[in-house]
Design a protein around this ligand. Structure first.
Ligand code: SF4
Length: 354
């Protein structure tokens, strides 16, 4: 262990096996190692953005076991917004200060390709300054299969219609044996990475998530991080890594044992250490709870996502994020936890210190 600790202190890259061993380290010692990297990069800054999540449809052809959002799972209320509704929500969010709309949906085979693409075009026409973060790699894979288009063709259409960056969703956990059990039929790990690689090759940025705390093991988490690190070495387009804590309500996935806060914090810390080439690590408070996200700032995380305003996917599965958080509340929570809130744009340019 001493050898691994020395490598981390010297900022040498650690291997997958060494990263796995870090789970055996005492929590606060591991936290200190991750925190020293965080402080070296960002000091006490904690980033967030003023954003609005829009989830335009919950009608889905896929059957992910962990999903509580799709109307084909346990959610009895199917809906599909009109393009006009999406534009209205974006306009209203913009008037309240949102700089970004984060648009992700289910895989709706009835809505049509143009519904997906036109909504971005119309939001951009109405609000040229707003940053559109839209379509996970899983949605791109769905559109490609459903409408017989190559990934490049879907990506070209997205860029033409004003999408600025890709969210990190749909990655779940890369281990294919676990994927088979929790989200069979959804984009493969290989194709998730390929789509991001193609997106990065256009000079565009994206994020990467990892859904953990269900039936995966520690090895799967560490392997997931290493595969992201390998792609980032090649393409350099990931801004942020977002470990998402599995939400347990209203779904079909049977999980015997839920993670302790300690295991969650260790996973954040290990991701900060392993992902030496991805600038930001986000504690997405919608899945970790705001209290644990505030503590995660001392375990390597430098980003707490944003005010959200409204969120339908994680909250359907039990997260306390349906109505987001008021800006003032959010800023005060960060300040009171001893960090400096910094409002950022979607590409991590600093907009305002509080
Ligand atoms: S997680 Fe997404 S792709 Fe999977 S069933 Fe739910 S909405 Fe569909």
């Amino acid at each position: 262990m001493e050898n691994i600790i020395n490598k981390i202190k010297n900022r040498d890259r650690i291997t997958q096996e060494e990263a796995l061993k870090l789970y055996d380290l005492e929590l606060l010692e591991l936290g200190d190692l991750a925190n020293s990297i965080r402080e070296e990069k960002f000091g006490k800054k904690s980033y967030f953005n003023v954003n609005r999540h829009i989830n335009p449809t919950n009608v889905c052809k896929d059957i992910c076991k962990f999903c509580a959002y799709s109307a084909n799972r346990k959610n009895p209320n199917p809906y599909t917004m009109s393009t006009e509704e999406i534009v209205q929500i974006a306009k209203s969010a913009y008037s309240k200060g949102a700089k970004e709309v984060h648009i992700v949906s289910a895989h709706n085979p009835e809505a049509g390709l143009n519904w997906y693409i036109d909504s971005f075009k119309k939001v951009k026409e109405a609000l040229p300054d707003i940053h559109i973060k839209a379509l996970t790699a899983a949605e791109i894979n769905f559109l490609s299969q459903e409408y017989h288009l190559s990934y490049d063709e879907v990506i070209d259409k997205m860029i033409e219609s004003g999408v600025d960056s890709l969210p990190g969703g749909g990655a779940e956990i890369f281990a294919e044996d676990v994927r088979d059990k929790i989200c069979k039929g959804k984009v493969s790990s290989r194709d998730w990475l390929l789509i991001h690689k193609k997106w990065h090759s256009r000079g565009k940025k994206s994020n990467a998530t990892m859904l953990f705390g269900h039936i995966e093991g520690r090895e799967d988490r560490v392997n997931h991080m290493i595969r992201l690190r390998e792609l980032q070495d090649e393409s350099g387009g990931f801004n942020c890594f977002i470990p998402l804590v599995y939400q347990r309500d209203n779904n079909y996935l049977k999980v015997d044992k839920f993670l302790t806060a300690q295991e969650i914090l260790k996973t954040y810390a290990i991701s900060r250490i392993v992902l030496d080439n991805i600038p930001h690590i986000k504690a997405y408070w919608a899945t970790s709870t705001i209290n644990l996200a505030l503590i995660a700032q001392e375990f390597g995380c430098d980003d707490l996502d944003g005010t959200i305003q409204k969120e339908s996917i994680q909250s359907a599965a039990g997260a306390n994020s349906a109505n987001g958080l008021e800006l003032e509340t959010f800023v005060n929570l960060i300040k009171n936890s001893g960090f400096d809130p910094v409002e950022r744009d979607s590409l991590y340019n600093e907009l305002k210190r509080y």
